[in-house]
Design a protein around this ligand. Structure first.
Ligand code: ADP
Ligand code: ZN
Ligand code: ZN
Length: 781
């Protein structure tokens, strides 16, 4: 099922006063169950419609938003006119154009799912499907602050606000002023009473926010407060990279490989400026919502407040507005949008450049719901129509490396033509050295009778850091207090009642402890008695961020520590606030989970440490080594970005692990080559293909039976195609939130199509209580 051909059937405009008998019927794609179905509606209001418009229609007594597919001049004879329901209103004109339809169809094909699911997932949440009554019908007006001409008496802080407004063309949204800019509401109100600014309600979106300011406008801005408002004079490597990007033909794919702090972002910004100046829009993507504020700030300082953001931190209504601005911009000025993976579907047109920063990051992959797409693949499809794709990383993924650099020793059939142009930024800006790595063998610590989470060597370094007025970041792979709680008498581990995982201990401020499940968010009080033997002696095992902080504060008196994990960075500005506090010197040490390693630019940090690297090293996954080395190198990149040199300290029980050796020698490229050889010899991904079918259901037996039945059904075709069927087997975590999970793995030659029938065929006859999702290129294997 696809979209029908584009037919612009305009009732009112084509005929001078439509004859009352000229009823035109419309085929509208409406969500019914999990899929879309096409229904025929009448158009008694003579709304001017065309394929690609979103319209409001009733279905089973409820209001829905559906997509207009095509006009019907003649009703099928079996459809009585009297029973036809009517389209109630136009919801969004031209929401879907032919260009974008092709993108959706290709994504659906690659992800082995339906176009409707892809459409639903690509559009802003809540836009298509059953209308939620609670949702406001249209965009709500927001407060807009604009500077008033004339002389005012202002406090220094009010003066700063006036200057900031001037730098942004005289006006800005109140929520930006009080959010990202950091002015309090009372500063704004004081200035308003004094006649320095006016605050008015404005409808965001379309023209209201003012046109996004192109590079010309940005360079005319006088911004004394930030040195980032002007393009920097590029160094030679940056110049070469930028020139290569701009000279590459449309449709090209490039990898900008540069260590952290080598000036990749500066190259993105200048490539974006050139693209905007040439009249095309730019999409700047980052894997994590936590990296948005920093990137957005840099973009807004350079290009003005017109830069848009699109990610899960933006409200549903806000995302609809961004979508509408993209649709509207097709007739006007090009846009710059900063976003996470879902932004790759924004209807920017023409789009000249898509940047995927930190391209190796697995957050670019969507595991659920279907379509299980990889943002890089969608970007690649988009680029076929003339955009450039710029991938950036300090630690490129194996797949991307293979695309740049086919191994000479590969068999002919495996050696691909380099599809990606490699650009390198070999040095850090300002010539800072890459940090020195040292490893603490925790086995020796233990042998010396030192049983602490934090080794003596790390204690010493932290003390040094504090004495010198520097800062440190410490990575702990788990949030909370401890990994699990176990009974001292019988060894029983306290489990989540809904999932097959151990509960994690979390400490509250008052010292009270709770047990929490990191999979389903179940919370309960600490168990009094062991459910197995009745003993009351429990012991926490493993270290979470909270426990590390407790030890640090206990042993280094007066050490100021901040925690950076999912619990402490909630909310829209959580990351930004915490990082700002740390950057302002409010703490000596930042203890955090994996998100600590990503993209922060903190010049005072001279030490990056990782506790218990082992949990990361020994994950049972094909990509464990690659991902662990990427993470450790990223973390290392946090240290020594300023003037003082940085160092890295890794605590591990496996100091001879190849990943640790590669971390010490710093030859990521050598690691990639070795890993490619290994995978090639073993015929593993990317030299083969995998597809994971995931089953989940409330009943253990129904889920298992469904998985087994489906395996038998597809087995003949799978084997005939030379593919292997592995399983079905329970998923590594076999129960989550009360749902039992099974999986079936298909493994076959790279570059061959999946030997599976279409999704809807595959679902036929499945037990309705069991859900199935198809992940054609799973990240976890
Ligand atoms: P990356 O994205 O590779 O981590 P950035 O672009 O963030 O690197 O650059 C690191 C720092 O160096 C930033 O503060 C940036 O403003 C600055 N910088 C980048 N390029 C230059 C340049 N050519 N001259 C001076 N400073 C630069
Ligand atoms: Zn017990
Ligand atoms: Zn749970």
């Amino acid at each position: 099922m696809g979209f029908a051909r584009q037919t612009r059937q305009v009732v009112a405009a084509d005929a001078p006063g439509p004859p009352s008998t000229a009823v035109i019927y419309w085929q509208v794609w409406v969500e019914a169950g999990r899929e879309g179905r096409i229904f025929t509606y009448a158009n008694p209001q003579h709304l001017e419609l065309a394929a690609g418009d979103l319209v409001r229609v009733p279905l089973r007594g409820r209001p829905h938003v559906g997509l207009v597919v095509e006009a019907l001049q003649v009703l099928p004879t079996d459809l009585p006119v009297a029973r036809l329901l009517a389209i109630t209103a136009l919801h969004q004109r031209a929401a879907v154009d032919p260009h974008w339809q092709e993108l959706l169809q290709e994504v659906a094909r690659q992800c082995h799912t339906t176009v409707f699911k892809t459409l639903k997932s690509a559009l802003p949440p809540g836009w298509l499907g059953q209308s939620r009554p609670s949702q406001p019908a249209g965009p709500r007006p927001l407060s807009w602050v604009s500077a008033v001409e004339g002389v005012v008496v202002a406090t220094p802080r009010q003066q700063q606000l006036l200057e900031a407004l001037q730098q942004h063309g005289g006006g800005a949204w109140l929520r930006d002023v009080c959010g990202g800019w950091g002015f309090s509401r009372s500063v704004v109100d004081g200035l308003r009473r004094g006649g320095g600014v006016s605050v008015t309600a404005r409808l965001p979106g379309l023209e209201a926010a003012g046109p996004p300011r192109g590079p010309a406008a940005a360079s005319a801005t006088v911004a004394a407060s930030s040195s980032d408002s002007e393009p920097r004079a590029l160094n030679t490597a940056q110049q070469q990279a930028l020139a290569a990007i701009l000279a590459s033909p449309p449709g090209s794919e490039l990898l900008l490989w540069g260590v952290t702090g080598s000036g990749k972002t500066e190259v993105y910004l200048q490539a974006a400026a050139a693209t905007l100046a040439a009249g095309s829009s730019v999409l700047l993507l980052t894997p994590e919502i936590g990296l948005i504020p920093q990137l957005l700030d840099r973009c807004r300082t350079r290009f003005g407040t017109g830069v848009l953001e699109f990610h899960s931190g933006v409200s549903d209504a806000g995302r609809v507005l961004v979508w509408r601005r993209c649709l509207a911009a097709r007739r006007g000025e090009p846009l710059l949008v900063v976003g996470t993976r879902s932004a790759v579907f924004l209807p920017l047109q023409p789009i000249g450049l898509i940047v995927l920063d930190e391209e190796h990051d697995t957050s670019y992959k969507q595991d659920a719901p279907m379509p299980c797409y990889h943002c890089r693949d969608v970007a690649r499809i988009r680029c076929r129509s003339g955009s450039r794709l710029l991938l950036g990383s300090a630690t490129p993924s194996l797949e991307t490396w293979l695309a740049c650099h086919p191994l000479s020793s590969l068999r002919k059939s495996d050696a691909r033509r380099p599809a990606t142009t490699l650009l390198r930024l070999p040095d850090r800006i300002g010539g800072a050295q890459t940090p020195r790595v040292s490893v603490v063998d925790m086995r020796l610590e233990l042998a010396d009778g030192h049983r602490r989470l934090i080794s003596r060597a790390l204690m010493e370094r932290l003390e040094q850091v504090r004495e010198r007025g520097e800062q440190a970041v410490v990575l702990v792979p788990r949030r909370g207090y401890s990994s699990f709680l176990s009974c001292r008498s019988c060894g029983e581990v306290v489990q989540c009642p809904h999932c097959d995982v151990a509960l994690t201990v979390h400490r509250q401020r008052e010292g009270r402890a709770w047990l929490r499940c990191h999979w389903c968010d179940h919370r309960q009080e600490i168990t009094e008695r062991c459910g197995h033997c009745g003993s009351t002696a429990f012991k926490p095992f493993g270290a979470g961020t909270q426990r590390v902080i407790e030890q640090l504060e206990g042993e280094l008196e007066g050490l100021r520590v901040l925690r950076f994990d999912r619990d402490t960075t909630r909310g829209r500005d959580g990351h930004r606030r915490l990082l700002a506090a740390f950057a302002a010197g409010e703490a000596d040490v930042l203890v955090g989970t994996q998100m600590l390693a990503k993209g922060m630019d903190l010049p005072q940090v001279t030490l990056a440490a990782v506790l218990a690297a082992d949990g990361l090293l020994h994950r049972p996954d094909l990509r464990a080594a690659e991902q662990c080395l990427q993470l450790l190198l990223q973390l290392a990149g946090r240290a020594g970005r300023g003037e003082r040199p940085g160092s890295v300290l890794v605590q591990t029980y496996s100091p001879d692990h190849p990943v640790i050796c590669h971390l010490i020698d710093g030859h990521y490229e050598r690691f990639l080559d070795e890993e490619l050889q290994l995978r090639h010899q073993a015929r593993l991904v990317p030299f083969s293909r995998a597809c994971l079918l995931r089953f989940a259901g409330g009943s253990a037996s129904a889920t298992a039976t469904t998985a087994a039945a489906l395996a038998e059904r597809v087995r003949p075709a799978v084997q005939a195609a030379g593919w292997e069927l592995i399983g079905p087997a329970p998923a590594p975590v076999a129960r989550v939130a009360g749902r039992h999970r099974w999986q079936l793995l298909l493994h076959g030659p790279a570059g061959t199509p999946l030997p599976l029938p279409e999704e809807q065929m595959l679902r036929q006859g499945l037990d309705g209580r069991v859900t199935l999702s198809i992940d054609p290129d799973p990240m976890e294997l």
